[in-house]
Design a protein. Structure first.
Length: 343
């Protein structure tokens, strides 16, 4: 993915949300690059989890606590004095945000505020990357990709919480961080990521994996919906590039960055499920024709010209290849191949 240099060796890096899917992969990658990684997150909620399967915690400092516990968070910053911070801790799903909006806003907005405050008081931090979501945009479901300057919004609590987190980040960048001459920051917005080790509920590929194990079926609420499918390592490579360039003050601080797949044939949720079941060898899908479902976006694309031109970052795998590689990962795990051998 183009990130295999010596910059990260010995760097003190703090990752919030390191027990999650993306945070786990980022932790493993930074460990491979020789960084001194500290993770701050709740214990993994999914069972199994990449965190446990891949022994993410073995070569890092792993702290289990709540991002809403600001005093504990500040004490971690004070003790370990990170140089670069990646903030990924979040309530990451749309449907649970409908069921528990208060917790979603507490974690996604107030949790982000706590990280901003911890950074504001910690002079060791030289770069901060705040990961939100492509769903932070006011989605009009048009056919062209959203640019970083397009309007923020959100129909559901999850999406609006991510838009609020972006506004909060921008406010701190302009109100406080402009005076921290040795600190630079950026926010990162990525689309739906897929890859081995994701076991969250209400995500299409993990749902298909669970159905395949039991020769069951997946109920599709919106089979014709499309997403910017990309393998998890794609946006992570962008986050690493962004963090490196912010640390070196090679970018304007306080800006937003999109990391999404190249423009290609749109792939529907139904096509994804069909391909995954084909590779796994069992499982089936059923279309849910009920109209009593919370709103979910049907079409969402990102314009990544800024990352292409200013960072030299581009997506490597097509959506079809990412889907196939992901399904094969779960298939190989089911065959008993060690997760460590699949990394």
């Amino acid at each position: 993915m183009g990130i295999n240099d010596k910059f990260w060796k010995g760097k003190k890096v703090l990752i919030t949300g390191h027990t999650g899917f993306k945070g786990g992969w980022l932790s493993l990658w930074l460990q491979y690059l020789g960084a001194n990684v500290v993770g701050y997150s709740l214990e993994p909620t999914a069972k199994p989890s990449l965190y446990d399967e891949a022994l993410v915690y073995e070569n890092m400092v792993s702290i289990h606590d709540d991002i809403r516990n600001i005093e504990k968070l500040k004490s971690v910053f004070s003790k370990y004095k990170p140089e670069i911070v990646f903030h990924l801790a979040a309530q990451p799903l749309v449907l649970p945000s409908y069921e528990n909006p208060s917790e979603t806003y507490e974690v996604n907005v107030m949790g982000t505020l706590n990280v901003l405050e911890a950074i504001r008081e910690c002079d060791s931090v030289k770069a901060g990357v705040f990961i939100t979501s492509d769903k932070c945009y006011e989605n009009l479901e048009w056919i062209w990709g959203y640019r970083e300057t397009d309007s923020l919004g959100g129909h559901d609590p999850y999406s609006s919480s991510k838009a609020a987190a972006e506004i909060l980040f921008s406010s701190y960048a302009r109100s406080y961080f402009f005076s921290k001459s040795e600190f630079s920051s950026g926010s990162a917005r990525a689309g739906n990521v897929i890859g081995g080790g994701d076991y969250a509920a209400d995500r299409i590929i993990p749902d298909c994996v669970r159905a395949s194990r039991n020769a069951g079926r997946v109920l599709l609420r919106n089979p014709i919906a499309t997403r910017p499918w990309q393998h998890v390592l794609e946006p992570l490579s962008g986050y690493l590039l962004l963090g490196k360039n912010l640390f070196g003050h090679q970018l304007e601080s306080g800006e937003a960055w999109n990391f999404g797949p190249n423009s290609e044939r749109t792939i529907t949720v139904e096509e994804v499920a069909t391909k995954v079941f084909e590779i796994l060898g069992s499982g089936s899908l059923e279309i849910d024709n009920s109209s009593h479902h919370p709103h979910e976006a049907g079409l969402l694309q990102l314009n990544c010209d800024k990352a292409h031109s200013k960072l030299g970052w581009k997506s490597t795998w097509s959506g079809e290849l990412a889907i196939r590689k992901t399904a094969e990962w779960y298939r190989d795990v089911e065959k008993g191949i060690s997760v460590k051998n699949l990394l």
